[in-house]
Write a protein of this length. Structure first.
Length: 583
């Protein structure tokens, strides 16, 4: 810590004041285990009913076969196994009830979902109460078994089982949707569904006027609209999910609508069904069903977006998804914002931060102390804390306003700088000295480390463009990065060295995750199987056969760069030439 040691009393005080929200977070975490915790007591109760039913049934069967007289009584005791299961169900049911309470209070439920939740809670709690009553009667039976007490236990089991059935049914509807059971019997064709679709009845003007108005300012899809959709809608209607046959992460799909008809009317948010749902005009179908309710400001942003043409970004006309064009991603002129009150800052980064804090109604942080700055500089540049003398000299420079001298002095230590950053780049570039891949006997298949090349590049302060080029289009000393690991035995196609090169280049230098798209078209981004195999093809000796989920598609890949607008790779060129074209 920057300011000294930790004070125990202040730590407890912080927890007591709720600064860390420890118990709230703990409750939310334990609540997530409710689906797991609830099935155990349910299973115990169901087994208890089955065991006791068989116990009674055997007595009746013996009467029927004449082994006992019809005048004999039913078993004047509860089956020991059933009794044990009742005790376990009572105890574990209490834990399930507590976790269920935490789970329900950590989320917001609206409309029909809230009604289902209330029915689920009522049925489950009543069932638990009857199980506890049965356990109580069993405890009393230890002091003396009577016919009345045994009947009470069995009656409690029957009532608890019936209530549990109701509560469990509501729980299934809560998790899987209200059509969970009906969908088994009603399976109309897609054509029948679409032919029968009708928009909801027109709403009266006085009800429409209660919706929050569209914001007056211009809105950006990337910075204003997409964060709202990602937080509140994508869980059910985006990134490969189509609840109600509706997607909101794709402009064409959003315009197509879902099972309830068109979701938006471009240019007319007032008559857009999507806006009616998020504004709560249909209490039974409030959206989002779970999570935080949208604020008036957020509804106004979505209304403005719809009124302004439903733009999905600069390349919406060229793409059916949220993919931004390559030039827009790769070449951007970044200028500090012309914000009021930030003229005092010399560093452009402070101006960006000032605008961020102002937008979120937060005060700008206080300047770090001299001791903090010195420690951070040494850690950032050399990867270590300063020695005492270095620390004292650094304090003097900072207090004298000569920070740049300290920075230049640290960067003038190339060997220390190289060793400080070597571990960082080792992790990022997957550079290692032993382990998988090094046990290959064939030199052409053996994994190679690049430590010597990497250390020299850092010591000599190699420019970043040359650094990247030396790894993407490598020589013998730096080829270990794209060479990857040749695994022993049978491997999946997406683990072959060429695909490793594509995944690592994408993640390290492009900030792109291609791991999902190495097996199939990604569900969470715009990257496809063809994109991954195209980049991997740059490092292949011949066109690669594409495999989708380990199944041969029969198609060959063509070497290419992910952003073909910026760079073109000639698939007919040699492997070395393709690598230089990519770099």
């Amino acid at each position: 810590m920057e300011g000294g040691g930790f004070n125990l009393s202040s730590g407890f005080s912080a927890v007591a004041q709720g600064d860390f929200h420890f118990f709230v977070l703990l409750g939310q975490l334990l609540g997530k285990f409710h689906p797991l915790a609830v099935h155990f007591p349910v299973a115990c109760l169901v087994l208890a009913v089955i065991v006791e039913t068989v116990w009674i049934g055997r007595s009746w069967w013996n009467r029927f076969r004449g082994k006992v007289s019809y005048q004999s009584e039913l078993p004047l005791s509860v089956n020991p196994i059933a009794a044990f299961l009742i005790y376990v169900a009572a105890g574990s049911g209490m834990l399930a009830a507590v976790s269920g309470y935490w789970n329900s209070t950590s989320q917001d439920f609206f409309g029909e979902t809230a009604e289902i939740l209330n029915k689920h809670l009522l049925g489950a709690l009543l069932a638990q109460a009857w199980v506890l009553f049965a356990a109580y009667i069993l405890i009393r039976c230890r002091s003396g078994v009577t016919r009345e007490r045994v009947v009470h236990v069995r009656l409690s089991l029957v009532v608890a089982f019936a209530l549990l059935s109701v509560g469990a049914h509501q729980g299934a509807l809560l998790v899987h949707g209200t059509d969970y059971f009906a969908s088994v019997f009603e399976r109309p064709s897609q054509q029948d569904v679409r032919a029968g679709m009708k928009l909801p009845p027109a709403l009266p003007r006085n009800l429409l006027s209660t919706m929050p108005p569209a914001v007056s300012r211009d809105v950006s899809f990337e910075s204003d609209v997409r964060p709202i959709l990602k937080r509140s809608c994508f869980r059910c209607h985006g990134e490969g999910k189509r609840k109600g046959d509706l997607r909101v992460d794709d402009r064409n799909a959003l315009l197509d609508g879902g099972e309830s008809g068109p979701a938006v009317v471009v240019g007319d948010s007032e008559n857009s069904y999507l806006v009616h749902l998020i504004a709560g005009l249909y209490p039974k179908s409030f959206m989002p069903e779970k999570g935080r309710e949208l604020t008036a400001e957020e509804i106004g942003v979505l209304r403005k977006w719809i009124d302004s043409g439903l733009s999905f970004g600069s390349d919406a006309g060229k793409s059916n998804n949220m993919k931004r064009s390559a030039p827009a991603l790769a070449v951007q002129v970044v200028r500090p914002p012309a914000c009021k009150g930030c003229q005092e800052f010399e560093n452009p980064i402070d101006k960006f931060l000032f605008e961020y804090f102002r937008k979120h109604s937060q005060s700008f942080p206080e300047r770090a102390s001299a001791s903090q700055i010195v420690r951070r500089m040494y850690l950032d540049a050399l990867g270590r804390l300063p020695q005492l003398e270095e620390y004292q000299n650094g304090i003097q420079l900072i207090e004298a306003g000569r920070e740049s001298e300290l920075v230049r002095g640290l960067l003038a230590r190339p060997v220390e700088y190289a060793y400080g950053w070597l571990s960082y780049w080792n992790d990022l570039l997957r550079n290692d000295y032993s382990g998988p891949g090094f046990n290959q006997k064939n030199p052409s298949r053996k994994r190679k480390e690049i430590t010597t090349w990497l250390r020299r590049a850092l010591v000599e302060n190699m420019p970043y463009d040359r650094f990247v080029k030396g790894l993407v289009a490598p020589n013998k000393r730096s080829e270990g990065f794209v060479r990857g690991i040749v695994w022993s035995g049978t491997i999946n196609p997406n683990e072959r060295p060429e695909m490793q090169a594509a995944q690592n280049i994408g993640q390290v230098f492009l900030g792109i995750n291609l791991k999902c798209a190495s097996c199939h078209d990604s569900f969470t981004s715009q990257w496809t199987l063809e994109d991954s195999y195209g980049l991997a093809g740059v490092y292949a000796d011949s066109p690669l056969t594409m495999y989708r989920c380990d199944q041969d598609t029969g198609e060959k890949s063509h070497a290419k760069f992910l952003f073909e607008e910026l760079n073109e790779v000639d698939g007919g060129a040699s492997k070395v030439e393709r690598q230089f074209q990519l770099a």
